[in-house]
Design a protein around this ligand. Structure first.
Ligand code: CP
Length: 303
């Protein structure tokens, strides 16, 4: 799977249901080994804490061996290209490859010559499909827990922040729309793209919050920004930072997601990050089961 945009609502729901089943089996200490005998290559050309570790745990807990590649410390420093690095890892004998790269479209390009199964772990500003699946599952869990049913149909989710540079935003919007949710995007006008099919645009966070059942707070991606998109982090926090006061004022008590990593005091306050409506660590925990579902499904498709 190189993009969530390739999947329709039924296919997304199947992956979420499969993740839930793996979670149940893990709780019962009865996980099967659908990846026994397989080798998964984890290729991270960009930094990661959550995605890399959860893919590795998911693969190992389902019986696979893993090959771990991070650009730091690799032969990329000696001039090896991405394509040659990938061919080299594939020649070690991997069945599935997980790849993160800072340039949009790298997984799609690799599909032209890689024979192992490919999973996109984030390509530049383009897509982060497994993160979107995690966010969808975490929302389903939360709505189910509060008794409004696990369906996302008819729910309103606001994606807040640096939409322009966010691969999470693009995958989230597709996934949420495919499951019937209404999607608002909110941020400084300089960080909103001109067009984003399926999303409604807001620059007033309080107006968006007044309609929201959940908010997904994106990290300000300083490393991808070429130029000053807002006057200062303090100004960003004043206008777009999620605080308890702002949540309470909305009268909605929305669930709070953040794909992470989070910047406390820029995207949100510690009170919100660690508060009762925060799903942040539940998202991390769900990451292992979503990645199990993706790895097992891809492996089955190849056998
Ligand atoms: N959400 C996410 O992709 O986090 P990492 O960069 O830590 O993997």
């Amino acid at each position: 799977m190189v993009g969530l945009a390739d999947l329709n609502g039924d296919e997304i729901t199947e992956l979420l249901d499969r993740a839930v089943e793996f979670r149940r089996l893990a709780d019962e200490r009865a996980l099967p080994s659908p990846l026994a005998g397989a080798t998964v290559g984890n290729l991270f050309f960009e930094n990661s804490t959550r995605t890399r570790n959860s893919f590795r745990l998911a693969a190992k807990r389902l019986g696979a061996e893993t090959v771990e590649f991070t650009e730091v410390g690799s032969s990329v420093a000696k001039g090896e290209t991405v394509a040659d690095t990938v061919r080299t890892i594939e020649a070690l004998g991997v069945d599935l490859m997980v790849i993160r790269h800072g340039s949009p479209g790298v997984p799609h390009r690799l599909r032209e010559f890689v024979t192992s199964g490919l999973l996109n772990a984030g390509d530049g500003t383009h897509e982060h499909p497994t993160q979107a699946l995690i966010d969808l599952l975490s929302l389903r869990d939360a709505f189910s827990q509060e008794g409004t049913g696990e369906s996302l149909a008819g729910k309103t989710v606001t994606v807040v922040g640096d939409i322009l540079h966010s691969r999470v935003a693009r995958s989230n919007i597709h996934g949420l729309r495919a499951l019937g949710a209404r999607v608002l995007v909110c941020g400084p006008s300089t960080l909103l793209p001109r067009q984003l099919p399926g999303a409604e645009f807001f620059t007033d966070l309080d107006a968006a919050l007044a309609q929201s059942d959940a908010v997904n707070l994106l990290r300000v991606q300083f490393e991808r920004q070429r130029g000053a998109f807002f006057p200062s982090p303090a100004e960003y926090y004043r206008l777009f930072g999620m605080t308890q006061t702002r949540l309470t004022r909305s009268g909605r008590d929305p669930w709070v997601l953040a794909p992470g990593p989070i910047n406390r005091g820029i995207e949100l306050s510690s009170e919100v990050a660690d508060g009762p409506r925060s799903l942040i660590l539940k998202q991390v925990a769900n990451g292992v089961f979503i990645r199990m579902a993706c790895l097992a499904t891809l492996m089955e498709a190849r056998r």
